[in-house]
Design a protein around this ligand. Structure first.
Ligand SMILES: O=C(O)CCC(=O)C(=O)O
Ligand SMILES: [Fe+2]
Length: 347
């Protein structure tokens, strides 16, 4: 792809965005091995501008490693509730690591209680440093759990950094654009279990309520149960069916802000009516705690004026999480908005 393939159209030439009835599948092999990063970036651009979600294949993570990680997730959730509650997220203060019980985190609280349990880890720190950075809480009784889950986090981090290079290219930025903003990024490795639902199911209780993710990028491994749903531009929920050998990748609010809505952080939710438990293993990368997000100059025009005041990654995310977790109520500590980010200050 040449630079001219990525031109910003004259405003009079803009058409309506396309809606979609399935999530696109992108082969990221040529991005990972460097053989044709630009053609992958071109597919990213379509997917992220129109859908905000895509499957990726040829991602380089082995099936064996995934199976081991799912097996560890299963072993964890099969622990007695009192064992899991000893690792509760509220023990971790602002670091936000540990176990969250069913109905313990409600993603669309005005409508829905989340029928899921989760376990979160992130970058290891000896003590709580700042929001999202602190010690992980590891179960003492599961052989290999810590090693496997942490190794998975590290592998996802590496993959996500490569995907961000592709996303930078897709925006006609230097592939290194995110590098100075992801030197020590907020990352979360989550394990999730969704009980099955039967009988009358309405929005009051589903696996995870409708939401957009807050950060930059998510990489979701899901088992074969199904139940992920993504909203298209006509307001129709489209199934994100499990596709063997793929991950689901989606962008979050920070990239929507950065691109001034050129890229979408789409609404999604989970409804597990498969008749069995559903496991998923989402990884999230945001950016450095103090990295500033504001619309890129290249995404601002008269027809699409800048819509988002600058905000740091940490302040934005923490502001969202305060609403989710009772143990964070009353915590704040963030000052005024920092200066704007433009494409010319890219690294
Ligand atoms: O479990 C999934 O497939 C999606 C989970 C999700 O949307 C989230 O954790 O933000
Ligand atoms: Fe999500």
């Amino acid at each position: 792809m040449t630079k001219s393939d990525l031109v910003q159209l004259d405003d009079r030439l803009h058409a309506q965005r396309q809606t979609f009835d399935r999530l696109p599948i992108v082969d990221v092999g040529p991005l990972l091995d460097g053989s044709d990063a630009r053609s992958v970036a071109k597919e990213f651009r379509w997917a992220l501008a129109n859908v905000g979600f895509m499957y990726i294949k040829n991602h380089g993570i082995s099936e064996k490693f995934l199976d081991e990680t799912f097996a560890q997730a299963k072993a964890f959730f099969n622990l007695p509730l009192e064992e899991k509650m000893k690792l509760h997220v509220s023990n971790s203060g602002v670091a936000l690591r540990g176990y969250i019980e069913i109905f313990g985190e409600n993603t669309d609280p005005s409508k829905t209680k989340d029928l899921k349990e989760c376990f979160d880890i992130g970058p290891e720190r000896p003590s709580v440093e700042s929001p999202f950075f602190g010690p992980n809480q590891w179960p003492a009784t599961l052989p290999g759990f810590r090693e496997t889950v942490f190794a998975y986090h590290e592998a996802m981090k590496e993959l996500s950094i490569t995907l961000l290079r592709g996303i930078a290219l897709s925006l006609d930025l230097s592939p290194d654009f995110f590098e100075p903003r992801t030197k020590d990024p907020i990352t979360t490795q989550r394990l999730q279990r969704y009980p099955p639902q039967t009988g009358v199911v309405d929005e009051r209780i589903i696996g995870i309520g409708a939401h957009t993710d807050f950060g930059s990028l998510g990489i979701i491994a899901q088992d074969s149960a199904g139940g992920l749903q993504v909203m298209n531009r006509n307001g129709i929920w489209v199934e994100g069916m499990p596709v063997p050998g793929t991950f689901v990748v989606n962008i979050g609010d920070l990239l929507q802000k950065l691109t001034n809505d050129v890229y979408l952080a789409n609404l999604h939710r989970v409804v597990n009516t498969s008749g069995r438990e559903r496991y998923s293993i989402p990884f999230f990368i945001d950016a450095d705690h103090d990295a500033v997000f504001a619309p890129l100059e290249s995404c601002v025009s008269e027809a699409n004026p800048g819509q988002y005041p600058p905000i740091t990654c940490g302040a934005y995310k923490f502001g969202k999480y305060i609403k989710h977790f009772p143990h964070l109520r009353g915590r704040d500590g963030y000052g005024t908005a920092p200066p704007a980010m433009t494409s010319s200050n890219s690294g």
